[in-house]
Ligand binder design. Structure first.
Ligand SMILES: C[S@@+](CC[C@H](N)C(=O)[O-])C[C@H]1O[C@@H](n2cnc3c(N)ncnc32)[C@H](O)[C@@H]1O
Length: 219
């Protein structure tokens, strides 16, 4: 076995939000910063997510339809279904291989989620109440990038053109056509200002940021 292979690929598992997810080199290894995306959704739904922290008001409808775009291992979709069972969770990815792993994780945790193979919203024929997405947001040409450390993960899970923003921008434009009320997106904080400006031109205003996470509201 390659000694540099990340531990998660060696063991076949990665902890995410306190649960062990199956991972293979077909999927991105879930990152700790993405756990904040889960907290952000729970907070938007008025649910307690941290002992001692008072949740905000519920801004989502009863049984909201939540779409996870670029689900990878399924860590976001599966965790949301387990933490927020009354929500209707659907997930997409462009990678068939990734969706197989996501299915395995749903099965491991005894839940059922519709997984759709799709480029962004192309095959989505409904309007969700909320889109969550941790899409690729790294540009291969960033000179501070440790490409060696990322070399074991699928490049289609990491890299996007236009300084890392191409897929996020395309998702915002498509969501705007459907008037999706909320978008919760992960991106490097250095990209946040460009995303906020682009979103504003597509009817989305920033509600707040939380670490790597942005909440955008259609208006
Ligand atoms: C950064 S990974 C995130 C995986 C997982 N959601 C997580 O947080 O660990 C991005 C995912 O987006 C998927 N993806 C890349 N381009 C896509 C596209 N055009 N449409 C849908 N999914 C895409 C990749 O296959 C990958 O699974």
């Amino acid at each position: 076995m390659n000694a540099h292979l990340p531990k998660a690929y060696q063991s076949g598992f990665q902890d995410f939000y306190g649960r062990d997810f199956i991972v293979t080199p077909d999927v991105l290894i879930p990152r700790p910063e993405t756990e904040q995306l889960i907290d952000t959704v729970l907070n938007l739904a008025g649910k307690p997510y941290l002992k001692g922290v008072k949740p905000g008001p519920n801004l989502l409808p009863k049984n909201p339809k939540i779409l996870d775009v670029g689900t990878g291992s399924g860590c976001i979709a599966v965790t949301l279904k387990l933490e927020f069972p009354e929500a209707d969770i659907i997930a997409t990815d462009i990678s068939k291989k990734a969706l197989k792993i996501a299915q395995k994780n749903a099965k491991k945790f005894g839940i059922s989620i519709p997984f759709i193979i799709s480029h962004l919203l192309e095959k989505v024929n409904f309007t969700p109440d909320l889109i969550v997405a941790n899409l690729p947001y790294v540009d291969e040409n960033w000179d501070w990038l440790d490409k060696e450390a990322l070399s074991f993960e699928p490049s289609e899970a990491l890299y996007a053109e236009n300084n890392g923003l191409a897929l996020i921008f395309e998702l915002i434009a498509s969501a705007s056509k459907l008037k999706v009320p909320y978008l919760i997106l992960e991106a490097d904080p250095i990209e946040h200002q460009s995303i906020i400006t682009y979103a504003k031109n597509h009817h989305y205003i920033l509600k707040e940021t939380n670490g790597f996470i942005l909440i955008l509201h259609y208006n």
